[in-house]
Design a protein around this ligand. Structure first.
Ligand code: ADP
Length: 303
């Protein structure tokens, strides 16, 4: 399987144990999913599509893609631009995030339909998120949605995590409208119930799944933190209880790693319930480690 994630990867400054010292890393929702896929399922060809600048930090980001086993041949290097940045601050153990991403090159990732189509053409399964949609201006968002719709019509599989981030949108109605347009070009939807309930007033995970099914998705997995995962494939549906954990350290990238396991199973024709089980196992390890990219050991059997 050839997998392509489309979105924004950012430079991350995370606090170290020394006061006022930070370590540099790279993370971002769609990139995190690509990273877990490449790490846990080495037989899947993982590729990332974004835009970066032509400065040193952009080069370092691309080196990180390579070192993580992620193909970046389609990443656009835009002259004079750079990547977005966020910084994590700890206050009495509570993490807060500050972002500098307004000018990031990734906002232009879908400006050039030819570059976008070249990347999409080379993939079987294409993954994007509500954050990917949020960072684009209106014409670029149209380019992306049109390219995904055409890809789906041409037999590619499209997967979407709505990842609702109201702060990235000018108003909630614009966000919910764009999210449902993303859903309408997707075969697979991977929403998180808490956010969906807040912004779409879904009464329960079944209602979330129903809404994405009505939009056209045939496979839907509704995450819900430590509560059961609800899944639906065609007319089959079920729920899977998340195994309890003794300690949750940091839930960053819980959903991103979870999605990697679901997507790894899609093209392997693994029963959805088995993929959900493996997704809970992976996300369960990720929430017990610090940061977005937790160096979890690949599953013994692989897949
Ligand atoms: P997101 O990060 O997209 O909001 P969730 O918070 O719903 O996603 O978490 C995704 C998955 O991570 C869950 O389905 C579960 O497998 C795992 N997870 C998250 N929080 C917990 C928790 N408190 N205990 C055990 N597993 C958890």
């Amino acid at each position: 399987m050839r997998f392509l994630a489309i979105g924004e990867c950012m430079a991350e400054f995370a606090p170290t144990s020394a006061p006022n010292e930070y370590s540099l890393g790279f993370a971002g929702d769609t990139f995190n999913t690509a990273w877990y896929l490449a790490r846990m399922w080495p037989d899947i060809a993982v590729s990332y599509f974004t835009a970066v600048g032509d400065d040193a930090i952009s080069g370092q980001m691309c080196e990180t893609f390579s070192a993580s086993g992620i193909d970046h041949r389609h990443v656009q290097r835009l002259p004079g631009r750079t990547v977005g940045l966020y910084m994590i601050t700890l206050d009495k153990g509570e993490r807060s995030f500050s972002y500098w991403r307004g000018q990031s090159a990734a906002r232009h990732l879908a400006d050039d339909p030819a570059a976008l189509n070249a990347a999409i053409e080379a993939a079987d399964l294409i993954y994007f998120s509500g954050i990917t949609l949020a960072i684009l201006d209106a014409p670029a968002r149209e380019n992306l949605l049109n390219a995904l719709q055409a890809a789906r019509a041409g037999g590619h599989t499209v997967a979407f995590d709505p990842n609702l981030r109201p702060r990235l949108w000018s108003d909630p109605a614009q966000m919910t409208d764009a999210i449902m347009r993303g859903a309408a070009v997707s075969d697979i939807a991977l929403p998180s119930f808490e956010d969906e309930a807040q912004w779409f007033q879904d009464a329960n995970p079944e209602a979330t799944a129903e809404r994405y099914a009505a939009a056209g998705a045939s496979t839907i997995v509704v995450k819900n933190g430590g509560d059961p995962v609800f899944f639906r494939q065609g007319q089959d549906c079920g729920s899977y209880p998340v195994p309890g954990l003794s300690g949750v350290v940091d839930t960053t990238a819980a959903g991103d790693s979870f999605n990697a396991a679901i997507l790894a199973g899609i093209k392997g024709d693994i029963p959805l319930r088995d993929s959900v089980e493996q997704a809970c196992q992976l996300a369960g390890q990720v929430v017990q480690g610090k940061g977005a990219l937790v160096p979890v050991a690949p599953f013994p059997t692989g897949r």
